[in-house]
Design a protein around this ligand. Structure first.
Ligand SMILES: Nc1ncnc2c1ncn2[C@@H]1O[C@H](COP(=O)(O)OP(=O)(O)O)[C@@H](O)[C@H]1O
Ligand SMILES: [Mg+2]
Length: 392
């Protein structure tokens, strides 16, 4: 998922661009007179990847824009759609334009060229972050193909456990946008939710963003789900990506609780997740679902660089063994979370087990999970450009 700005007054070109890039990317129209400063104002949290200048924009304006951005935000890649001549291409490249593409190029060609540009933008962003020593936190995404298997239980306990190790440096984000229950699982009464953070003025500035988080007594911060399920429809995957990106610059750990399945948000955050935590129940549909999910993610080249499988509700009466699960999923189970009498109570009371430390067989497993991610170390590295290129 990359963010493209279309600088054009031609509805026809804008349509061609949007259709060529398809739903996997965000295309946003900007006024055809936009300057480098206007583009920078839209570049919240470094979210703009590519500016595509339409065939109706004067070459001089494009060159000035490319030169300006090259100086102010060199990770933003400028591409020009124009009928090319050797002279124009040369002048364009000299000004900082990355590529010149025929405006009526077939959709697939256009998409490939633009995804190449987005990949360039990402590697420039990464290089810049490394150069300035800008530290990014670990993004731990808790996921499962099915609901009710313990994602929220795992994510809230993990986040609270990490907050004890790294107080004020952990944030949990409820990405189960429709039916999220992180607030209830942590007994929080949020003043603001993710809707306020991504739809309001806070989406602009990471300083303001912190004011939209709800503090928990463990030292954890929470970005809670919208109050009304209908609000979820207003939130776009790209806005979620920008938010997670911003939070990862502020916190050592960003723990993501998600809705079941591989929704658009989950696919979008998988690009940012440094670690995937997969929760699976002791039942065949759940285990098959995980296996199929892994298959799809491998094909899309979206598997996070490091993964943990949590097998939940382990007991001796399910008719399945851990070895059966491992054989189906094709990888070892990392954490076994036993069926517990206390966990449903702790969910209902809104006090994660790790927080009150009540004696329970599940507590040791949850602590083992926390220990797997602490202390804060560098996240596993990933190869962004390759991944981007493979999403198409
Ligand atoms: N190991 C477990 N033993 C007993 N109950 C559990 C266990 N894990 C989760 N639960 C309970 O199952 C219910 C669903 O868990 P939840 O974490 O909300 O799942 P999800 O977020 O995947 O929908 C909750 O009431 C929770 O307390
Ligand atoms: Mg949940």
């Amino acid at each position: 998922m990359s963010r493209f700005l279309a600088l054009t007054a031609s509805p026809e070109f804008e349509r061609h661009l949007t259709a060529s890039l398809g739903p996997a990317h965000v295309v946003q129209a900007v006024a055809s007179g936009a300057t480098a400063a206007d583009i920078l104002a839209l570049n919240t949290g470094g979210s703009v990847d590519v500016v595509v200048c339409g065939p109706d924009i004067e070459a001089e304006q494009v060159f000035a824009l490319a030169t300006g951005l090259d100086r102010l935000a060199p990770d933003i890649v400028v591409v020009l759609a124009a009928v090319t001549s050797a002279e124009l291409t040369l002048a364009a490249m000299r000004s900082g334009v990355r590529d010149v593409i025929a405006p009526d190029a077939p959709a697939e060609l256009l998409r490939h060229a633009l995804e190449r540009a987005a990949a360039t933008s990402l590697s420039r962003k990464q290089a810049a972050a490394e150069e300035t020593g800008q530290k990014r936190g670990r993004v731990l995404a808790v996921m499962s193909p099915k609901g009710g298997v313990g994602k929220t239980t795992v994510s809230t306990n993990l986040a609270v456990g990490l907050a004890k190790v790294a107080p004020k440096d952990v944030v949990i984000v409820d990405l189960d946008l429709q039916f999220g229950d992180v607030a209830s699982g942590l007994s929080l009464d949020p003043q603001y939710t993710i809707s306020d953070a991504v739809l309001g003025a806070a989406s602009i500035d990471s300083m303001v963003l912190k004011a939209f988080l709800t503090p928990h007594s463990s030292g954890l911060y929470a970005m809670c789900a919208p109050r009304m399920p209908a609000e979820a429809d207003l939130i776009k995957a790209a806005q979620v990506t920008t938010l997670i990106n911003q939070l990862s610059l502020e916190f050592a750990y960003v723990v993501l609780d998600t809705a079941p399945g591989l929704s658009e948000e989950v696919l979008a955050i998988l690009e940012l997740a440094t670690e995937g935590i997969w929760v699976v129940g002791m039942d065949i549909p759940s285990i098959r679902g995980l296996n199929n999910g892994f298959e799809v993610l491998r094909q899309l080249d979206l598997m996070p660089p490091s993964n943990t499988v949590v097998l939940n509700f382990t007991d001796r009466h399910s008719g399945l063994t851990v070895a059966d699960v491992e054989a189906t999923v094709g990888r070892p189970v990392d954490i076994q979370l036993p069926r517990s009498k206390t966990l449903p109570f702790s969910t209902n009371a809104g006090i994660p087990l790790v927080h009150d430390g009540r004696r329970d067989p599940a507590l040791k497993s949850l602590r083992d999970l926390v220990a797997k991610f602490s202390p804060a170390g560098p996240p596993p590295s990933r190869k962004f450009s390759q991944r981007r290129a493979a999403i198409s």
